[in-house]
Design a protein around this ligand. Structure first.
Ligand code: RP5
Length: 162
């Protein structure tokens, strides 16, 4: 059984954002599966997915949803796996509705909430949790930060040539 991260989104319209979590996990060599499951359109599938995820080898779930955005909290209520929530931007309230719905979990069922559309950080956050017990993954994350810092320096140098 290979460990993997479940990346769940409420709609295919969330993919443009949630694909960034999949990309960063894949870039770091972490297995993941992407699923579209809605907490209100097919709630029994949501319950079944979260209930069975740990037994299938999931180590965490990243869940993204927009608007009423109850998906992360609903999935978290069916599993003890860490659930990371990504509020999806857009809609009449620009994602603030989703942020509030995801971040304000009552005590007892935690959801680690990222920024609106913060799917890349959701992937990195889960990778950093997994890296606590994985030296090779730690090295990849260190590389990632080194490259990011080099990118900023390169942009700075380019600006100085202006
Ligand atoms: C939420 O409603 C989804 O997560 C999505 O962000 C939003 C709109 O869904 P669609 O109408 O685009 O399917 O459940």
């Amino acid at each position: 059984m290979h460990p993997f991260v479940g990346v769940v989104m409420g709609s295919d319209s969330d993919w443009e954002t949630m694909g960034k979590a999949v990309s960063i996990l894949e870039q770091l060599g972490i297995g993941c599966e992407a699923r579209i499951i809605s907490a209100h359109r097919n709630p029994t599938d949501a319950a079944e997915y979260a209930s069975g995820a740990a037994a299938r080898g999931a180590v965490a779930i990243i869940a993204g949803a927009g608007r009423a955005a109850h998906l992360p909290g609903v999935l978290a209520s069916y599993t003890n796996l860490p659930v990371v929530g990504v509020p999806i931007g857009g809609g009449p309230l620009a994602g603030v509705d989703a942020l509030y719905a995801i971040v304000q979990m009552p005590a007892g069922i935690p959801v680690a909430t990222m920024a609106i559309d913060g799917a890349c950080n959701a992937g990195l956050f889960v990778a950093q949790m997994m890296a606590v017990n994985d030296a090779a993954l730690r090295a990849k994350l260190e590389d990632y930060r080194r490259n990011m810092a080099a990118g900023v320096r390169a942009k700075d140098e380019k600006l100085q040539l202006r």
